[in-house]
Design a protein around this ligand. Structure first.
Ligand code: HEM
Length: 441
């Protein structure tokens, strides 16, 4: 990629010999690839990106500001999600359609009424898992990632479809139908008829919720704790509502699950930080086994540990945009049409803003320390108009689950366990994270 003439220098980067797939594999994944390139070429790098031609990666939070208003994603990179969407891929719908949809999403997902309304059910689901773990702990180890991803999926099903899932069985069916869709559509395509049936079942379930909502009538239309009702009241089509539920389930479950399991992992490796979190839980909760919604904001050490974990292991390590006009990034010009690849993880590892970036230190998130950093130095939920609408909800879920589990158990890494982060849809621990649990008296 070149600047437009003699003035702006060319963005540095490796020779573009192929589509980059080999270089990515040789580096051990996209994250390492980007990290190596930024170490070699500086904060703005041109790189061949599999599926996107030539892209530009930016690891400096100040330079990122110039990209923060872009409201367009490169279609090719998100094509794999298209089969799940009837009314246009929500990841790449144009800005004029995205804006109203995003506002409705935020009015529900980011609002306190919806968090409070679902809190009791989230707590019950977490307690169920804790009870199962208590039984299993006596016999052996517990696999965090698997169980916590499933818990997050149950939570988001309850959140999006709650009123229609009258029985635990129907909630279980939704969860397994979704897992079927995910495995077959997005990976090996081994059982497409089965996946089609599962997808039809999920869409039918959303339609039932919509029908029930219509029967209840206009009274509840203003309810800002009900995602489907709010989308319907805003005039979104049934197909768009079905797509939204699927996209929300997809975006919500692994991300939140791994955020919780990475936090438990890092706390198990850092007993001093864990002690601060647990002492605070004992102080705030006293004899209570679970927090109230209002307790969460008093759990400062827990919140800092969660944030620091998502810096070191951001569940969604990348993002992408397409420049809609020429951009000036420091001394460089990025022409309109260029794919911009956001290395969220590499931004979190930038030593200029994060001294000793590999070190786990929750105190990086005291208000004073946070105030010293540029706004975009910490971006686990992405940037600008296409950033994560679920950030506030995910934070409530993660804080609640961590509070319940850390109040109840002491966590220790299973002996011989090695934990290797790998990039799948999310930043995943290759062999899960196995822990020995001891009940706290
Ligand atoms: C710890 C948990 C989570 C993390 C780390 C996370 C992270 C992210 C990231 C990095 C993006 C891409 C942002 C960008 O391109 O700038 C994203 C998008 C999105 N996330 Fe999340 N997410 C989490 C949980 C959730 C939850 C619970 C929901 C819904 C309830 C959700 C819904 C979405 C949606 C709908 C998008 C697409 C945004 C758009 O295109 O407008 N996420 N998330």
């Amino acid at each position: 990629m070149r600047g437009d003439g003699a003035t702006p220098p060319q963005i540095p980067g490796p020779p573009a010999e192929d589509d980059g797939a080999e270089a990515v594999a040789a580096a051990g994944g996209l994250h390492n690839y980007q990290l190596n390139l930024h170490a070699e070429y500086g904060p703005v790098v041109r790189l061949p990106l599999p599926g996107a031609g030539t892209a530009v990666s930016v690891a400096d939070p100040v330079l990122l500001e110039a990209t923060a208003r872009i409201n367009k994603r490169p279609e090719k990179l998100f094509e794999f999600l298209a089969p799940l969407q009837e009314s246009g891929n929500l990841q790449t719908i144009p800005a004029d359609e995205h804006g109203p949809w995003c506002r409705v999403m935020l009015s529900v997902l980011a609002g306190r009424p919806s968090h409070e309304k679902h809190f009791a059910q989230f707590t019950a689901l977490t307690n169920e898992l804790a009870d199962r773990w208590a039984e299993r702990a006596a016999e052996g180890t517990v696999a965090l990632q698997k169980d916590l991803s499933e818990l997050s999926l149950r939570m988001i099903c309850e959140y999006a479809l709650g009123s229609s899932l009258e029985t635990p069985e129907s909630a279980g069916q939704v969860v397994s139908a979704f897992e079927k869709v995910l495995t077959e559509y997005l990976t090996d395509r081994a059982d497409m008829p089965g996946a089609e049936r599962a997808l039809a079942y999920l869409r039918g379930t959303v339609d039932q919720v919509l029908a029930a909502h219509r029967e209840r009538g206009a009274d509840e239309e203003a309810d800002r704790s009900d995602l489907i009702a709010a989308l319907a009241a805003a005039g979104e089509s049934p197909a768009r509502i079905r797509d939204t539920v699927l996209m929300t389930m997809l975006a919500a479950h692994h991300t939140t699950g791994v955020a919780i399991s990475w936090t438990l992992y890092l706390l198990a490796r850092h007993p001093d930080a864990a002690k601060r979190v647990v002492d605070e839980l004992d102080e705030v909760l006293g004899d209570r086994a679970v927090p109230e919604y209002a307790d969460l904001k008093r759990l400062t050490h827990l919140d800092r540990a969660l944030r620091e974990t998502m810096r070191l292991y951001p569940p969604g390590p990348y993002g992408a945009r397409e420049a809609t006009e020429d951009l000036t990034l420091g001394e460089y010009t990025v022409p309109a049409g260029t794919a911009i690849f956001y290395p969220f993880w590499a931004v979190h590892m930038n030593p200029e803003y994060w001294p000793d970036p590999q070190v786990f230190d929750p105190d990086r998130f005291t208000p004073e320390a946070s105030a010293q950093r540029p706004r975009l130095a910490y971006i686990p939920f992405g940037i600008g108009p296409r950033s994560c609408e679920g950030a506030a909800l995910a934070t409530v879920e993660a804080q609640l689950v961590l509070a319940v589990l850390l109040k109840r158990f002491h966590f220790e890494l299973a002996s011989g366990q090695s934990v290797t982060p790998v990039e799948r849809f999310v930043l995943w621990a290759a062999e899960d994270i196995n822990m020995t649990l001891t009940p706290r008296s």
